[in-house]
Every structure is written in structure tokens, then in C-alpha cells.
Design a protein around this ligand. Structure first.
Ligand code: GLY
Ligand code: MN
Ligand code: MN
Length: 449
């Protein structure tokens, strides 16, 4: 049975913290992620729902959590599959109700097949239901059926709930603040991903294809113990780097082109998210290096604004200033920097934000604004820093030599008490360091040959 790196006691602490925020006489209900069919009788690799995982660490599908503060027979109820030797022979072990209590800390556990008979009885008499309505249509429908079955008995004295509260709001604010144990897992995921990027740099050669580098990433992810990437890896050579969510990963790596890799693994449902851009042949051209240096300067500038008390947008604004000034220096934009920023003249070259929250989901949960203001950063918040410059291949406003260059540099960072910790320092980003690393790999290959 798979245990996670997050201690059992931490899951208990999270449930307790959530229940402490719930109104009296309420129940929270969370379904496990559904299983998805890939084709015919083949399923997609199962990935637990992040909220469900956060509160339970329970890795199986076909399960439902009910949290019932103050319930005499136990506040944490888990519905899950029963043990079944025949099914387990084919599909793998199940915790069963005994495991749900013994290994996963449930106070009470029932077979998922009995949920229609049991859950309405747990809901009945409680005035509020905390539930993430709208994210699982099939479960929304089932929940309404349970509620209606209570309503149908109102004349016999049954008391249906009269308030539905969005669970996401409470839970997602909790998830935004990473504990020491969570940061440790994210550090590990980031270190594995950093090794994967180094490996891809070392393997790059003109004549290979983008998928060859993807294979190097996958090898290192899996070797590090990651079950899967946190999102579809992007390996984008040449002008493909200007497609922000490029996914084909099948084009040849051409001599003289750059390749942008945006890839990170997931460990125990915690994501890492790294982008590096490097020359296929190991040497930046002058134009590539000029763009690269601007993006790197923007990346480095952002960290100055990631500390307690800074607000969410300050890092983004710093990257906009550096990139706009850089584009003016290179003659790719003309005008006064402040004016160009006000007019958003940088947007054809830098059209996305400098980052996002990072955690169990690569684009993690948590509000970016609170009360109409940008959120003020606090210790434990984790995010990416990922400025980029993309010069569209068909941009007629710029000299031909610039066209089709796309550069992004992305790191993962956690706010600490007095600044921030960069989790992804294991993969170089100075242009000279990248060239040296690639040259060393080639020299080693030369020696072997
Ligand atoms: N890899 C997705 C992102 O960087 O946001
Ligand atoms: Mn990314
Ligand atoms: Mn990202």
C-alpha cells in the first residue's frame, strides 16, 4: 500500500484545521477523482483529486470522504472499495475498510457500495453541506439525489440541509500555505526535474528529434521515483518555442536553433515546473544570446520581489520593466520605456504572466487577489517565476534575424521568513554555464568515441 512522504499526522492536522473553520452542525463531502477511460477497456493512469489527496493521502478511486465535526462515532468517515481477492489479483491491492481506519486514519469506514444507504443518514439533521459544487457533474447529481431522498422524508421529520457552502474556498486557502513537509516534497520534485533538464541538455544534438529529449526527461523523472510528469512536457525547438503550450514534441532539432523545454515531475501529487532554453548545438548565436540575457535578467529581477510583505504582482511588474527596457535596447521596440509599459507594447513579445501558484496542482489553487487587492506574500506560499520573450516567426516589424526566437526561463520558489528559497537551482541558467555543461557532455562523448 503506497504511503506518501507527508506524515499521517499532517493529514489529521489538515482535517482538523478544516473542521475548525466549518460552521457548527455541518458536513463536508469530497469524492475521489473518477477513473477515465483512455480507449475501450484501457484506463488513463489514475491520479487522485488534489483536494481529496490533501485531506486523506488515500490513493484509491471510488472513495468518498465525509468530515462531520462533532460526530460521536467519529468525525472522519471514509467510503471506499471493499477488499476483493478476485479483483485485487487483476488490478492490485485495496486498503478496504480495515486499511482505511488502520493505515489512513479514518474514524469510521464503509463500503462504497453502501453509500446510498449510509450517507443520507449522515447528512440528515445537519444544516450545512460543504462541497465543491460544479467540479464533478456526476457526483453533483448523486449528491442532489441524496439530498432529495432526505427532503422526501421531511414530513416524517427528516431535516434536509438548507445551506450549501463552496468547500474550495476554505480548502484552497489552506493549500496555498505549504508546510515544512510539503516544501520538502516539492524540493525533491524540483531536484529530480532539475536533473532531468541537465540530462536533456547533455543529450541534445542536431539531427535528434524533440521526443528524444522528452525521453531523457521521462527517464530521469521515473528514475527519481516520480510516477508521472506534473503536466504534458513541452519540448519545443526553433520557432515551436513561440507556441506557448506546444505539445507535438516531434520536430527535428536543427543546428543553429534553440530548444525550449518546459517540464517537471510530480512526487506524491506535488508538482515541479521548470523551463530552460538552450542551443541545440551547444552554442548560442549572438541574437539568441541577446534575447536570452534579457529573459534571464527578468527572471533574476523577479526574485527581489518575492518576500513576505511584497504583493503578488510586484514580481510580474519587475519582469515587464526588464523585458521592455531590453527590447528597446535591442531596437525591437522603440520609445520611452514607461510609456511602452503603459501601452503594453511588450505584449506581442511577452504575453503571459510571470508566474502562478505551485503545489499539488501545477497551476495551484489560491486567490491572487484578496478584497480587490493583489495578495500579499507570506511564508510558505510557493510559485513559479517564468518570464519569456517570443518573437513570432511572421513578425514583419522586426529584422528577420530575430524572428522565431522563443526563450522562457522558469524556476520554482517558496516564500521564506525573510525572502525566498529557489527550489530549482540544480539546473544552470547562465548562458555560459549552459554552454560549458553542453561542451563537457560533448567532450565526454568524444572521448568515448
Ligand atoms: N508548464 C505550465 C506552466 O509553465 O505554466
Ligand atoms: Mn512550465
Ligand atoms: Mn509554470
Amino acid at each position: 500500500m503506497s504511503a506518501t512522504r507527508i506524515p499521517k499526522s499532517e493529514y489529521a492536522r489538515r482535517r482538523k484545521a478544516l473542521m475548525a473553520q466549518m460552521e457548527p452542525n455541518s458536513i463536508a463531502i469530497l469524492p475521489a477523482a473518477p477513473m477515465y477511460i483512455r480507449n475501450r477497456d484501457v484506463e488513463h493512469v489514475y491520479r487522485q483529486d488534489s483536494d481529496f489527496q490533501y485531506l486523506s493521502g488515500f490513493p484509491e478511486p471510488e472513495a468518498v470522504i465525509a468530515l462531520i465535526p462533532g460526530r460521536e462515532h467519529g468525525e472522519y468517515v471514509l467510503f471506499c472499495r471493499e477488499r476483493d481477492p478476485e479483483r485485487e489479483l487483476w488490478d492490485g491491492l485495496r486498503a478496504g475498510q480495515e486499511g482505511a481506519v488502520g493505515q489512513y486514519g479514518a474514524d469510521d469506514a464503509f463500503p462504497i457500495g453502501d453509500i446510498d444507504d449510509i450517507l443520507p443518514g449522515l447528512i440528515e439533521g445537519r444544516s450545512r453541506v460543504y462541497y465543491a459544487i460544479g467540479s464533478n457533474a456526476e457526483f453533483d447529481h448523486r449528491l442532489m439525489e441524496w439530498i432529495n431522498s432526505i427532503r422526501a422524508k421531511a414530513r416524517q421529520g427528516a431535516q434536509p440541509p438548507n445551506e450549501f457552502v463552496a468547500l474550495d474556498h476554505l480548502l484552497h486557502d489552506m493549500r496555498l500555505y505549504k508546510s515544512a513537509a510539503e516544501v520538502k516534497v516539492m524540493r525533491e520534485a524540483a531536484q529530480i526535474s532539475a536533473r532531468a533538464h541537465v540530462r536533456a541538455m547533455q543529450a541534445s544534438r542536431p539531427g535528434l528529434h524533440e521526443y528524444h529529449l522528452e525521453a531523457e526527461l521521462d527517464y530521469e523523472f521515473r528514475k527519481g521515483g516520480a510516477r508521472m510528469p506534473a503536466y504534458g512536457s513541452i519540448v519545443a525547438a526553433g520557432r515551436n518555442a513561440c507556441i506557448l503550450h506546444y505539445r507535438e514534441n516531434d520536430a527535428p532539432l536543427k543546428d543553429g536553433d534553440l530548444v525550449l523545454i518546459d517540464a517537471g515531475c510530480e512526487i506524491d501529487c506535488y508538482a515541479s515546473d521548470i523551463t530552460r532554453t538552450f542551443p541545440v548545438n551547444g552554442r548560442f548565436s549572438p541574437e539568441q544570446r541577446a534575447i536570452y540575457e534579457i529573459v534571464l535578467e527578468a527572471n533574476l529581477a523577479a526574485f527581489e520581489y518575492i518576500a513576505p510583505g511584497r504583493h503578488w504582482n510586484e514580481a510580474h511588474e519587475a519582469t515587464v520593466r526588464v523585458i521592455t527596457a531590453g527590447l528597446v535596447r535591442l531596437g525591437l521596440l522603440e520609445g520611452e520605456v514607461g510609456q511602452l509599459i503603459a501601452e503594453e507594447a511588450y505584449k506581442p513579445f511577452y504575453m503571459h504572466r510571470a508566474g502562478h501558484w505551485l503545489g499539488m496542482d501545477v497551476h495551484d489553487v489560491g486567490d491572487y487577489r484578496v478584497g480587490g487587492q493583489w495578495r500579499v506574500l507570506e511564508p510558505g506560499m510557493a510559485m513559479t517565476v517564468e518570464p519569456g520573450v517570443y518573437i513570432a516567426p511572421d513578425n514583419q516589424q522586426v529584422a528577420r534575424k530575430w524572428r522565431g526566437i522563443g526563450v522562457r526561463i522558469e524556476d520554482d520558489v517558496v516564500v521564506t521568513r525573510d525572502g525566498c528559497e529557489i527550489l530549482t537551482g540544480g539546473v544552470p541558467k547562465q548562458a555560459d554555464e549552459i554552454e560549458a555543461l553542453m561542451a563537457a557532455a560533448r567532450a565526454r562523448e568524444g572521448e568515448v568515441a
